[in-house]
Each structure stands twice: as structure tokens, then as C-alpha cells.
Design a protein around this ligand. Structure first.
Ligand SMILES: NC(=O)c1ccc[n+]([C@@H]2O[C@H](COP(=O)([O-])OP(=O)(O)OC[C@H]3O[C@@H](n4cnc5c(N)ncnc54)[C@H](O)[C@@H]3O)[C@@H](O)[C@H]2O)c1
Length: 352
């Protein structure tokens, strides 16, 4: 096994920089290449993170036979072509979420990825979901049977801002042809990764009914047209008798925190799954001791030695997989299952 892993990062924008900061914390990693088509951004990142090689065209870095792996942190419409080229060059790949922006790209990426079973091919949507203590804790609780059979999931969040408000240079995030969607593709991979993962990824979508509304807030970014959905809601039926009500807004006219409810036949849970929010889980069980029909207790999840930055553990997982010490938590095929649901929600919802 190689002691040190040589990594290249494509995209030195907001999230590429976050990756670089996190990779510095892993002694096993040597970041040997950076790529960004924006020369000034590339140059600044190379100096800030002391990276020896830079390219404006990622195909130049792929020629380096000593490079082991590549992280793709560019806008979604670029992901499929880049990931395919990376795998063809024999390098392991971690693709930022959303893995792709369209069904056509999803098909060609999966087809190509199947040809390289020896390479690690990871999607990043397990970031604030499966590598965090809340996920493991809640999954163990469900697996213990204390909730009975989980028959319904309810998840909603209404945020006043979109990605381009937090990251002004991400004008691409407001236009479908570059981003694929609004809150659906920006958050949906995380949401479905967390919730369906709690049930061991067994439920499969049977049907859904949805709305998806664009045009609620006009956002101007030079060179881009704002046409992504800003609010969607879906009622879904899955195999195994599970139903799931799922709603998200970014720039709809309401603000509400992230809340998940898990309804079981014996007990229920309410929590905010986001990694940086409360670690208190509300547990509801049939009432005892005269407190009414339902009793509520708070269980606080132990954070253990979880690092502050939610991006550190997923990157460690990528390196673990490359070194043969772990199996990919979020293979591209599983990310595709989630994206397929999201494309259906938005596709059907926009017709209403
Ligand atoms: N910003 C966040 O909070 C965040 C969090 C998690 C994941 N992500 C994901 O990371 C990815 C990047 O998002 P971001 O916020 O960093 O965007 P960004 O716009 O800040 O950065 C993207 C970078 O990619 C570069 N780029 C674009 N096309 C390129 C090409 N063909 N070759 C080389 N470089 C190219 C741009 O010049 C830019 O520097 C997206 O998939 C996004 O969903 C972002």
C-alpha cells in the first residue's frame, strides 16, 4: 500500500478551497496539482496552499502518472465529462455533489464508471450525512426496533438564501443548464442520503406527486438567467410501505429551520440532521405517568472526536478507500438513485 496519496483538485472556488484546507489536516495526503480555468484564482490557491503544479486545463494534470486521485469541485454541468476523463486516466475520483446536473450526464457517467471497478468512485453527498455521529446514532436506534416499523418520514427546510447568496461567484447555481436545479440538487443528495440511509437504503421509490416553483425571487447575476426551482414539495411512496413528505425552499417567502420527523409504529423522533446544528434528538413514546398520550424525552448524541469542519471526515474516507482500508460509503450508483428521485420531483413538479 502506498503511504502517501497524491491528489489533484479541479476547481479552486469556494468549495475547492475548503477541500484544500481539509486535505492539509491529513498526513497521508500530498496535494500535487490544482486546476482552475480562472488564472488568478488558480494562482492564489497555489500560493496559499503551497501546491507545486497548476493547470487551467485539467487534462494537463491527468498526464501526471504519479497522480493517484482527483477531487472535482467545479459547477455541476462540468462533473460528468471531468469524472469520465479522470477515470480513463486511471485515477480515483471524488465528485462534488450534485454528481451531475442532468439525466443524460448521469447515464454516461454510470456507464463509464462501471468499466473501472478497481478505482474508487465516490460522490460527496455523504459529507454531512453518513460520516457524522447523528446518522450512526439514529440508525442504531431504528435498527434496535425501539421505534417499531418506520412508516413515514417528514422533512422540511425553508431557507431565505440560495448558494449564490453565500457564494457570490456561483452565478451558475441559479440556472438549470449549469446547476440542474435549485434546492433540489443543492441539498437533495444530502437529505436523501441521510433519510433513506437510516433505513439501510432498502426503500425504492414507487410513486410521487410534487410541485416545484421557479420565479419566486428574481436574482440577477451577470451572464446567468435565474430559472431554477426555488421551492418544491413532494409526497412519495416507497417499497416496504414507507411514505415520505419532503419539502425545501431557497428564496421562497417563508423561513423555517431544518426538521426531520421519523414516525414509527411504537415511537417517533424529531431532529435537525445538519451537522452544525443541535445534537439533541427528541424521542416520543406512548404516554406514561399521566403526562398525556405522548411522552417526550431529549437524547443528546455524543459528538465523539468529530472535527469541526464537516468536510474533513469525508475526505479521510476517500483516502481510506484509496488505501484499501474502507469501502465507498456513497458509490456513484447510490448517488444516482437519489438524483433519479430528485429529477422526478422537479420534472413532474414544474409541469404543475
Ligand atoms: N460552496 C459551498 O458551500 C459548497 C458546499 C458543498 C459542495 N459544493 C459543491 O462544490 C462545487 C463547486 O461549488 P463552489 O461553491 O466552489 O463554486 P465556485 O463557483 O465558487 O467555484 C467553482 C470553480 O470552478 C472553476 N471552474 C469552472 N469550470 C471549470 C473548468 N472547466 N475547468 C477548471 N475550473 C473550472 C471556476 O473558475 C471556479 O473557480 C459544486 O458542485 C457545489 O455544489 C459547494
Amino acid at each position: 500500500m502506498k503511504q502517501s496519496v497524491s491528489i489533484g483538485v479541479i476547481g479552486t472556488g469556494m468549495w475547492g478551497e475548503d477541500h484544500l484546507g481539509c486535505l492539509k489536516t491529513d498526513e497521508r495526503v500530498r496535494v500535487s496539482w490544482l486546476c482552475d480555468r480562472d488564472a488568478a484564482r488558480l494562482d492564489a490557491a497555489m500560493r496559499k496552499f503551497n501546491v507545486p503544479n497548476g493547470a487551467r486545463d485539467y487534462r494537463e494534470m491527468l498526464k501526471d502518472t504519479t497522480l493517484d486521485a482527483v477531487i472535482i469541485a467545479t459547477p455541476p454541468f462540468t462533473h460528468a465529462t471531468m469524472a469520465i476523463d479522470v477515470m480513463r486516466a486511471g485515477k480515483h475520483v471524488l465528485v462534488e455533489k450534485p454528481m451531475v446536473h442532468s439525466r443524460a450526464d448521469m447515464r454516461r457517467l454510470l456507464l463509464e464508471a462501471a468499466r473501472y471497478p478497481r478505482l474508487v468512485r465516490l460522490d460527496a453527498s455523504f459529507r454531512s450525512t453518513r460520516t457524522q455521529p447523528k446518522f450512526t446514532f439514529i440508525k442504531n436506534l431504528i435498527d434496535s426496533g425501539v421505534l417499531g416499523k418506520v412508516y413515514h418520514i417528514h422533512h422540511s427546510m425553508m431557507s431565505p438564501t440560495m448558494l449564490c447568496d453565500r457564494n457570490p461567484q456561483a452565478g451558475w447555481a441559479i440556472q438549470r443548464k449549469f446547476a440542474g436545479g435549485g434546492p433540489s440538487l443543492n441539498w437533495g443528495g444530502y437529505d436523501l442520503s441521510f433519510h433513506l440511509g437510516l433505513l439501510g437504503d432498502k426503500p425504492r421509490l414507487k410513486s410521487l406527486r410534487s410541485i416545484a416553483r421557479p420565479g419566486l425571487r428574481d436574482i440577477q447575476r451577470p451572464g446567468y438567467v435565474c430559472d431554477v426551482e426555488q421551492h418544491f414539495a413532494a409526497f412519495m411512496e416507497f417499497t416496504g410501505g414507507l411514505t415520505y413528505y419532503y419539502e425545501r425552499g431557497e428564496s421562497a417567502h417563508c423561513i423555517a429551520g431544518s426538521e426531520t420527523q421519523i414516525h414509527g409504529t411504537k415511537a417517533g423522533l424529531k431532529f435537525n440532521y445538519l451537522e452544525w446544528e443541535s445534537y439533541d434528538i427528541e424521542f416520543f413514546s406512548p404516554g406514561m405517568q399521566g403526562t398525556g398520550p405522548t411522552e417526550r424525552k431529549i437524547i443528546t448524541v455524543d459528538r465523539g472526536d468529530k472535527p469541526e469542519n464537516c468536510n474533513i471526515l469525508p475526505l479521510r474516507h476517500f483516502v481510506d478507500c484509496i488505501q484499501g482500508n474502507a469501502r465507498p460509503i456513497m458509490p456513484l450508483t447510490l448517488a444516482a438513485k437519489h438524483l433519479d428521485i430528485l429529477f422526478k420531483i422537479v420534472g413532474q413538479g414544474r409541469k404543475r
